[in-house]
Design a protein around this ligand. Structure first.
Ligand code: UD1
Length: 335
């Protein structure tokens, strides 16, 4: 079976490619290298002993997407390729809509034209906004998006759902909570460009001396220690969930043509808990200070994973300690 992974050289994509290969799938990657580097391809090969097929294609290029699909026999698509920086999306909304939406539409059109029916979509818990009830189930209402990035995930899900109504398309949207960590080999991991916006790369860069001090955004949230709470999931657990979801479609176990699953651990941790855990596993003291809340941040989000556990037979196995230690080992390779 040959699986197309778009964005397969990115953070979650590269880990998913490795898991796919370990499950015996042939993988073909499309990546435009906008937020990744080509050496990730060799790193993947050095973990799995198999170099995936790779095409340098920008999915906004409709003709290139058409040509790719007409010359490659594909059994399923895992679609990661998208821009994901919340703040940037506020500054460049139209670029975000063009990149995240037009590429999705072109891929779906060519899947339909070439009778490829199995599709896994990278969605986000951002679609829930600040949910009224915790933990968050898949049935929690979708809140108005806080950013163009978040809107592209909501619109993306709608586009896919509509697509499944008029064709053989079968799709699963996976709503990620906060993916962190790195492969145990420390050969692949998260590669933020410039100053990291997300917590864990900022933590590891601060511990490595690249950043002077970590700013904790807000200590007056209504949480036990005043800092915001998230559900941090190890990227390898997340990657494995994609293989399970893909197999569900390939073996026709899906119960509807469009399904949605939360991918989280089910456990919430505060920023301070993350820092304490990082200090414990790394043996480093972290320099941090409290600053004002970050605009657009919510208080608390963690997943109800009951449906993913039951339907996918999947649950996160790795701990916050595992994830933070792997992120630290990865950081040490970058210094
Ligand atoms: C962010 C996005 C989310 C996206 C996800 C993955 C926002 C509002 N949400 O989630 O849509 O899907 O990234 O890319 O940006 N923090 C600090 N100091 C820092 C960085 C973060 O205190 O330097 C705190 C944040 O306030 C938050 C927590 O750490 O409470 C996690 O932040 P982050 O890693 O950016 O993820 P989210 O904001 O949850």
């Amino acid at each position: 079976m040959k699986i197309l992974v778009t964005g397969g050289l990115g953070f979650i994509g590269s880990h998913t490619v490795v898991e796919l290969q370990q499950e015996g799938f042939d993988v073909v990657i499309i990546d435009n290298l906008s937020k990744s580097t080509i050496d990730v391809l060799d790193k993947i090969a050095s973990i799995s002993n198999r170099k995936p097929d790779y095409h340098h294609i920008d999915l906004r290029d409709k003709i290139a997407v058409k040509t790719f699909f007409s010359s490659n026999a594909i059994d399923g698509v895992i679609h990661f390729a998208a821009s994901k920086a919340v703040g940037e999306s506020v500054q460049m909304p139209l670029e975000y809509y063009e990149n995240n939406i037009s590429s999705l539409v072109y891929v779906l059109q060519e899947m339909s034209a070439n009778n490829v029916s199995n599709f896994i979509f990278s969605s986000s818990c951002t679609v829930y906004g600040q949910a009224d009830e915790l933990p968050i189930t898949e049935n929690a209402p979708i809140k108005p998006a806080e950013s163009p990035y978040g809107n592209t995930k909501q619109i993306g899900e709608e586009i896919i759902k509509d697509g499944t109504k008029i064709s053989d398309l079968k799709a699963i949207a996976l709503r990620y909570f906060n993916p962190i960590g790195a492969h145990e080999s420390a050969k692949i991991g998260e590669l933020p460009i410039g100053v990291p916006q997300n917590l864990i790369p900022f933590v590891t860069q601060t511990a490595a001396g690249i950043r002077e001090v970590l700013s904790i955004f807000g200590n007056d949230y209504p949480t036990p220690d005043g800092t915001a709470v998230r559900d941090y999931i190890h990227v390898v657990d997340l990657a494995k969930a994609h293989i399970v979801a893909l197999k569900r479609l390939l073996t026709k176990q899906n119960k509807a043509s469009f399904e949605v699953f939360n991918l989280g651990t089910g456990k919430g941790n505060s920023v301070l808990e993350v820092i304490q855990t990082f200090e414990k596993v790394s043996g480093k003291n972290l320099n941090y200070k409290f600053v004002d809340r970050r605009a657009g941040d919510i208080t608390s989000a963690y997943a109800d994973t009951t449906i993913a556990n039951k339907e996918l037979g999947w649950k996160a196995e790795l701990s916050l300690e595992d994830a933070l230690l792997s992120a630290w080992k990865w950081q040490l390779t970058l210094k």
